[in-house]
Design a protein around this ligand. Structure first.
Ligand code: GLA
Length: 447
């Protein structure tokens, strides 16, 4: 059964780890095509395809720093509009090149592709930065005759003079295409209608939620309504996602309501796809400490209940139907009562820390032993002892814990002393059960 393990690295059909982040999805010719960021070497946009969204076949690096470039008439920025149609001068070529001379080359984020019926071409829109800082805030366009061929880079620009960072594309049923991107240093989300060839902006049609700082837009349509998912702006760190709905792209959009949990299950929106009758949210799970470890998550959206999205370890897609199941994720975080701190360890000491999703030191495993449990610190492989330290496994009842019911969560009662684990300041101590310093811990699955 084609089953997708959320948040795990995907191995493509060649046996390689899939690198396709901030991705956009295009259904074409009986396949799902995924275009996304691949930041290795001079690669920029990778393309994979799949029939089931689970088994992904690598197709091409569609855009690299060495991609062919071609001038592009951008009516929204006169400085980029060529006056003649002759061959480009070296200066013109350098001006639109992905690798402006003298630094490591452009940063390309969130590539999205549409097929343009009017021209028979595939058009990619993306976020362009110069590779040194995030000040360019431009969109860029590339085009290709085939879905997964080598795209020709057409240059970057500020649409209608606006800043343009996180972005997406949406094609309506009548072929009208929209580019949606964060503007004014992410304060506003702007909707642009594209020209008929999808190569440039025809009109700025909407400025959404001014001053509300949204990014990571994803748009889909269901039963005549337009839905937009976005995130807040916290860089690579996850935050609570939001959704909104409208009767028309250029109509009145609702206010933003939350979906998922306070971290959108440690993801940020990147795409949506309809499987059977169900829309599926596709989010990036960024790893800020190692971008290339970032993964992807699929979660079905319950549109009947206000874009409700729940966590699922695994998603199975079969015969055009999607179902969810609990998987083999065993590790969890141990949350302290009444605060957003978690139990952490450094290989010897145990202390508390704020939630950091990429922080592997916050992960624990539970093992059963002699009718009690051992708490194993995943990163170091060591066990929590009643001394408040991590130790190697030994036959010692200080390592054994019993689970009791506390006022706010589970009590961890040490078998050796009969005392309960509590946290005092940032340290772990053992206290009598009626000590006011503890109320129990919450075990939070590592989704
Ligand atoms: C946010 C954006 C990403 C990327 C990072 C960079 O997460 O959504 O596309 O720009 O910030 O910090």
């Amino acid at each position: 059964m084609p089953t997708y393990k959320n948040g795990r690295a995907v191995i493509d059909t060649d046996g390689n780890i899939m690198h396709c982040h901030g991705a956009g999805l295009l259904e074409y010719g009986g396949f799902y095509y995924l275009f996304g960021e691949d930041r290795r070497d001079r690669r920029r946009v990778s393309c994979y395809r799949s029939k089931d969204l689970v088994n992904w076949e690598f197709r091409n690096i569609c855009l690299t720093l060495d991609s062919e470039t071609k001038r592009h008439y951008v009516r929204t920025d006169l400085r980029l509009a060529p006056k003649n149609s002759g061959p480009m001068t070296p200066e013109e070529a350098a001006a639109i090149s992905l690798q402006p001379i003298g630094h490591r080359g452009a940063n390309i984020e969130r590539p999205k592709v549409l097929y343009c019926e009017a021209t028979g071409k595939f058009v990619m829109w993306m976020h362009f930065e110069n590779g040194r800082d995030y000040n360019a805030a431009r969109c860029a366009v590339a085009v290709c005759d085939t879905v997964d061929g080598d795209y020709v880079y057409m240059g970057s620009f500020n649409p209608v003079g606006n800043m343009s960072r996180d972005c997406t594309l949406f094609k309506d049923d009548d072929g009208t295409a929209y580019f949606i991107s964060s503007a004014r240093d992410n304060a506003d989300m702007i909707v642009y209608r594209l020209s008929e060839d999808y190569l440039t902006v025809a009109e700025q049609v909407k400025t959404l939620w001014p001053g509300q700082f949204r990014e990571a837009p994803v748009v889909f349509k269901e039963k005549g309504k337009y839905y937009m998912l976005t995130s807040q702006c916290t860089g690579w760190a996850p935050n609570q996602g939001g959704w909104a709905v409208a009767g028309a792209m250029d109509g009145r959009w609702s206010s933003i309501k939350p979906f998922g949990n306070e971290t959108t299950f440690n993801t940020q929106p990147t795409a949506a796809v309809k499987v059977g009758g169900t829309w599926v949210y596709i989010g990036d799970r960024w790893d800020p400490s190692d971008y290339l470890n970032s993964t992807m998550v699929y979660l079905p959206i319950d549109l009947e209940n206000g874009c409700a999205v729940d966590w699922a370890d695994e998603v199975t897609i079969e015969d055009g139907r999607i179902s969810v199941s609990a998987g083999d994720i065993e590790d969890f975080r141990i949350m302290l009562p009444g605060c957003s701190e978690y139990l952490s360890g450094d290989g010897f000491n145990v202390f508390t820390r704020r939630l950091g999703y990429a922080d592997k030191n916050l992960l624990w495993l539970m093992e059963e032993k002699d009718g009690s449990v051992l708490l194993r610190h995943k990163e170091s492989g060591k066990y929590l002892s009643g001394d408040g330290i991590l130790t190697e496994l030994k036959d010692d009842d200080r390592l054994l814990w019993e689970l009791g019911d506390g006022a706010e969560g589970k009590l961890l009662i040490n078998r050796h002393s009969g005392k309960s684990m509590a946290v005092f300041g940032r340290r772990v101590i053992l206290a009598d059960s009626d000590d006011k310093h503890f109320g129990g811990f919450t075990f939070v699955k590592n989704y």
